[in-house]
Design a protein around this ligand. Structure first.
Ligand SMILES: [Zn+2]
Length: 74
C-alpha cells in the first residue's frame, strides 16, 4: 500500500464511511446464527504502519456487534 495514501485523511474518511455502511447493514440484518438483535460493542483498532496523529478518534475504533441472545454471543 502506498505510504502517502496512509497519511491522507480523506482516505481514512472514505474507509470510515464504508465501515459505517457495512455496520448499518449488518446491524439491520441481525445475528447470522440465530436472527437475534445485535448490540454494538466497538473495540480499539490497532492500525499498523500509520502515524497515530493521522487518524481521528472515530478511525481508531473497530465496529463490532454481539448477539443479545444468551448462549449465542456471536
Ligand atoms: Zn445470535
Amino acid at each position: 500500500m502506498c505510504h502517502a495514501l496512509l497519511r491522507d485523511a480523506s482516505f481514512w474518511q472514505f474507509l470510515h464511511r464504508i465501515d459505517q455502511d457495512t455496520a448499518a447493514r449488518a446491524h439491520a440484518a441481525g445475528c447470522r446464527a440465530c436472527g437475534g438483535v445485535l448490540h454494538r460493542a466497538d473495540y480499539p483498532r490497532k492500525p499498523r504502519g500509520v502515524a497515530h496523529a493521522v487518524l481521528e478518534e472515530r478511525d481508531r475504533r473497530r465496529l463490532s456487534f454481539c448477539c443479545e441472545r444468551e448462549g449465542c454471543l456471536r
